[in-house]
Design a protein around this ligand. Structure first.
Ligand code: GDP
Length: 445
């Protein structure tokens, strides 16, 4: 029935419009929806629990911003917390300041995208950071793994350590260190062996390699599509090797984004990169904001809330509230509301940002309303006398004609403005009965 979490929250909070603050029960009701959404996004249960607790604590007792519905406000709290738990807005970077060659050790299961990611990162360091890189494959288990890295190295124009058949991982690591020094490479990337499962032999090998190469970065490569499995893998690696970060591959195929949240939580390590395709430049710094948006499955509700907070003048809102309390919503007030809508970027932009607005926009479009209409309506109201604006009943046929001529519009359009005013006055009276919602919510509710 609902497409996404923000729609769900909208419906939970529809009942609450007009309240001053969010009560504990309101928030708990909403958190049920958040829980379902997170589980559907494949977030691990303990992570869901921790997340819900954190959000509940923040949301209870929050004042509801006047111009925004409570649902949207909770969506913002949820979103902010998601970003926080995903590692914050600032992307985590590689530590490249150590004495060269800086060693980056790549670990992970077979098929996770480890070799591809090694080449992607080497290419990125070379092209974006001007680093001289050397890559070495320590994978002696998987047939042709070393050759695969050599091919990728050629594609990326990054040097790879020549292959010596039969050499074991720790010896390859030593040779790679030596070679990197001789070549004055800035960075040495070690692509370690993967297995199908985490086992003792694999872990012992990782530790031995780390022992001889003292890596500055140990990056765990995990496939975001494997969801819960990826989380278990991450857990076993974290217990054994000193990870410094995570590379999440196949983010191009993961519409849900839940693995990222679990991964960050379970490893406690920053997600440094997201793999977004098979090509060697399909890698990005991990963007917590974007992934949070994906988990919520929403348009940019957050920036809407921020815009609304900035656009709505507190004093105007209070003056309007006083008038409403007396049942006096006049055409000046309507004009103010129209201007607020324009300040917020017009109907099109609002619709793009708020999932719930799509319906409203369709309705407005079918009644011939678009952004230009806001401007026209403003002009029509501007052509009325102050008395007429305060008391629209004065507008008889003759006066309407004058207003239409003055604003360069048709009499029908003047009628539309008056009709909208009537409907809004009626809506506002109802809202007043329910407890007094101020501002834009009345237009959009
Ligand atoms: P490894 O066994 O861990 O070294 O895995 P590989 O690097 O060989 O990758 C396995 C497959 O996954 C290859 O076909 C890659 O092209 C593909 N792959 C790796 N990363 C990504 C990614 O971010 N997105 C997509 N769509 N495919 C990827």
């Amino acid at each position: 029935m609902f497409d996404n979490l923000s729609d769900r929250l909208g419906s939970v909070f529809d009942k609450l419009k007009g309240r001053g603050a969010l009560s504990e029960q309101d928030v708990r009701d909403a958190m049920r929806e958040v829980r379902i959404a997170l589980l559907e996004a494949d977030v691990a249960l303990p992570v869901v629990r921790r997340f819900i607790d954190a959000v509940t604590e923040k949301a209870i007792g929050q004042d509801v911003l006047r111009s925004v519905t409570p649902g949207q406000q909770v969506v913002k709290i949820v979103n902010d917390e998601l970003i926080e738990m995903l590692g914050g807005e600032e992307p985590a970077t590689l530590n490249l300041d150590a004495k060269p060659p800086v060693v980056i050790m790549m670990v992970g299961l077979q098929g996770s995208g480890k070799t591809t990611s090694t080449a992607k990162i080497a290419k990125l360091l070379k092209e974006k950071h001007g680093k001289k890189a050397l890559m070495a494959s320590l994978d002696v288990n998987r047939p042709a793994a070393q050759e695969q890295l050599a091919v990728l190295g050629q594609q990326a124009s990054v040097a790879t350590l020549p292959i010596i058949a039969g050499q074991q991982p720790v010896d390859i690591a030593r040779r790679a260190m030596e070679s990197a020094r001789l070549q004055s490479a800035d960075v040495l990337l070690l692509d370690t062996a993967g297995r199908l499962h985490v086992d003792e032999a694999l872990m012992a090998e990782m530790k031995a390699v780390a022992g001889v190469s003292t890596p500055t970065e140990v990056l765990l490569v995990v496939d975001s599509l494997t969801g819960q499995d990826a989380v278990n893998v991450a857990k076993s690696f974290t217990d054994e090797v000193p990870l410094t970060g995570v590379v999440l591959t196949r983010m191009d195929g993961d519409a849900r984004g839940g693995a990222a949240l679990s991964m960050r939580f379970v490893t406690g390590k920053p997600i440094k990169f997201a793999g977004t395709g098979e090509k060697l430049d399909a890698i990005e710094a991990f963007d917590a904001k974007r992934v949070a948006g994906r988990i919520l499955g929403m348009g940019d509700v957050v920036s809407l809330v921020e815009k609304a907070a900035a656009a709505v003048n507190q004093e105007d809102a209070e003056a309007l509230a006083r008038k409403m309390a007396k049942g006096q919503f006049d055409l000046d007030d309507l004009r103010m509301q129209l201007r607020q809508m324009q300040n917020m970027g017009g109907l099109g932009m609002l619709a793009g940002m708020m999932p719930g607005m799509k319906k409203a926009k369709a309705a407005m479009a079918s009644s011939g309303m678009d952004d230009k209409v806001l401007v026209h309506m403003d002009a029509i109201i501007g052509s009325m006398t102050r008395k007429e604006r305060a008391n629209p009943a004065l507008l008889n046929a003759k006066r309407k004609k004058r207003v239409a001529a003055g604003s360069g519009r048709q009499v029908q359009e003047v009628n539309k403005v008056l009709k909208m005013h009537q409907e809004m006055s009626r809506a506002m009276k109802q809202i007043k009965k329910m407890g007094g919602l101020k501002g834009l919510g009345a237009l959009f509710g």
